[in-house]
Design a protein around this ligand. Structure first.
Ligand SMILES: Cc1ncc(COP(=O)(O)O)c(C=O)c1O
Length: 284
């Protein structure tokens, strides 16, 4: 199974837990913005490759893949007989003017090889109700999926609160709230980008068009990102994610959550800037 790292750490873990082998097709940075590496993807695919698992919009790099990018990816999968699993849990979390495109929507052929996963949990902060759903248009794949849910009893007793939340959010009645929320998050991302430029020289924030993450390159510190994250937690009392835990391409990076009020972000960043200066001086 191919995954595009750095990506949500559970991707690698779940592939392994299901007795499959995760193969990394790392994303690449072009002029500060992440892109897919199609040439490397073609080199990764062998006769053993069954599935390409993508994340759209992508956690942690904050890219909502465009129709053209997804079409190119889909063409590669179609030509090699590789199925597509698309985790679209951040589907509504795009900045204004940016479109979210499900890969399955691009053509009949792509819809027949794709499974798309959704949940209101990210857009509406409802993880606690444990509700998600998948869209599978190919009837044979649907049948296999249902059987595998049945094996683990996951098709039993749907959470009725989660169902109500899913119905309501899918009806579009909450779109206005989410739109306003993403305007706020985008401004937080812009604030972060400027702050890092001014107060954390040598570090830089990846350009983003979606999600609520700040993905910060701190490779200039020449320290394991686990150590950097530990320092922010222990010295500054700020919890960030260690990029190395998100797979190839994540070492030296940290991930921040920007879904918070601006004054909380400002306070946290000033604390981080102090720890960052201490790390630069080798004093942590
Ligand atoms: C890409 C992606 N998929 C799935 C999940 C799991 O979502 P939840 O925490 O709502 O179960 C996460 C959580 O961070 C995620 O980032």
């Amino acid at each position: 199974m191919i995954i595009q790292t750095p990506v949500h750490a559970r991707f690698t873990q779940l592939v392994k837990d299901n007795g499959r082998v995760p193969v990394s097709n790392p994303l690449k940075v072009v002029d500060g913005r992440y892109e897919m590496d199609y040439e490397q993807l073609e080199r990764c695919i062998t006769e053993k490759t069954k599935i390409l698992w993508i994340c759209n919009p992508h956690n942690p790099v904050g890219r909502a893949w465009t129709a053209a990018e997804l079409q190119r990816l889909g063409d590669i999968c179609l030509s090699h007989g590789v199925y597509i699993l698309s985790d679209d849990i951040y589907y509504g979390m795009v900045y204004s003017g940016v479109s979210y495109t499900p890969i399955a929507s691009l053509s009949k052929e792509l819809s027949q090889i794709s499974i798309t996963c959704y949940s209101p949990s990210k857009c509406y902060n409802t993880t606690g109700v444990n509700q998600s759903f998948t869209i599978i248009e190919n009837p044979q794949m649907q049948e296999k999926y249902k059987k595998s849910l049945h094996k683990t009893d996951l098709d039993y007793a749907i959470n009725i609160v989660g169902l109500a939340i899913t119905e309501e959010t899918c009806s579009g009645s909450c779109d206005g709230w989410l739109k306003d929320f993403m305007v706020y998050v985008k401004k937080n991302h812009e604030y972060l980008t400027e702050f890092v430029k001014e107060q954390m020289p040598g570090a830089s924030v990846a350009e983003a068009d979606s999600t609520y993450f700040g993905w910060i390159d701190m490779r200039n510190l020449h320290l394991p990102s686990e150590k950097i994250a530990d320092a922010f937690l222990n010295e500054g009392h700020i919890l960030v994610n260690d990029g190395a835990a998100l797979g190839t391409g994540g070492e030296g990076y940290i991930r921040m959550n920007l879904a918070c009020p601006r004054d909380t972000l400002e306070m946290g960043l000033w604390r981080m800037a102090k720890v960052y200066r201490d790390l630069c001086a080798g004093e942590v």
